[in-house]
Design a protein around this ligand. Sequence first.
Ligand SMILES: Cc1ncc(COP(=O)(O)O)c(C=O)c1O
Length: 412
Amino acid sequence: MKNWKQVRADFPILDRKIEGKPLIYLDNAATSQKPLQVINALKNYYENYNSNIHRGLHTMSEEATLAYEGARERIARFIDAASEREIIFTRNATEAINIVVESWGKHNIQAGDEIVITAMEHHSNFVPWQKLAEDKGAKLVYIELAEDGNLDYQMAERLITNRTKIVAVTQMSNVMGTVVDLQKLGSLAHLNGAKFLVDGAQGVPHLPTSVRESDCDFLVFSLHKMLGPTGVGVLYGKEELLDLMPPMLYGGDMISSVTREKTTVNELPWKFEAGTPNIADVIASGVAIDYLLALGMENVRAHELDLTRHAMDLMLKLPSIKIYGPQNPELKGGVISFNYEGVHPHDMGQILNESGIAIRAGHHCCQPLMKTLGVMGTARASFYIYNTKEEIDFFVEALIKAEKVLNYVACR
Ligand SMILES: Cc1ncc(COP(=O)(O)O)c(C=O)c1O
């Protein structure tokens, strides 16, 4: 049994008060909080060995290079990649998807080809594919939601065909927490000769993830959602694919040699990392990974499932609250989207803030999904390793209080 209370003590921000009340942070799907270990890694880098990497021969540059490349090795281990050559640092998950679209999509998708995504993709795994389809005359095809809020896998079997060139899906919905069966979709993609991209922005921080088990060709995620600083994303790609893809950006660091006549590009992974990278934040991301590895991702998942079961149990008893997506917590991550009948989710967000509770309200960068659900937006509570059942009790009490206030306002 992990001591989750002790975990909380590593997060100084959780001692903050909002509107005079202890902060209850339930906006983890947007970004996570950072433990002292990560904050100190940033401070230590700038105080003791701030320098540029790869090309310096002095001690500090060597230290920084070792720490930067060490983070890459840890990330490779974290997602079970065969080699650190398959780990490219980007600014965020969005940039990682754009690299795949630019460097793989533009060279492999033609008129008449199909790109399969789901109805619950974040704009980051939607808009780049939509633009590519428009530019190339290809077709974007959607796997819809089934009645139970889960993905419709029977529909997936019908839609993924030999016209499909790539299946690009989220590992977990950032709106409803729906966990996607990657093995199933990956094998459907590969059976039809298509590539398989997983948007792990929500999945990788919360679920044990093995790229070799899911056999995905690409996986993208953002470190700021998993205890790391902002400004670091990862593109994982199978080495044989990345080897064939041209760089997206050209300039320093991504070269092997340059003459007036010709440039030859660097080997993996550096050919995709042009210019000075985000050294400090990558190093601190390595520390975030150490933190999660020490907790164990099976334990992280078990803790969040425990919180989600508790929250769903309480929330499903509130008659005026509608919860979107699967109602069975076992099929979800720790993300609950809901609406209070007749109330704008922004009003719900504001009222909860008065109780010190941070949730998110709006379309969550999933406008097509909002249309499918028939709403303008939702209120969303999302959990992480430092949240407790007591916080969830307080949150549900605040929802009940909010209901009374909103009823009063609605009656006037
Ligand atoms: C499912 C999903 N994909 C992609 C992203 C984009 O992540 P980033 O903004 O870090 O690029 C998010 C962010 O919320 C997300 O939830």
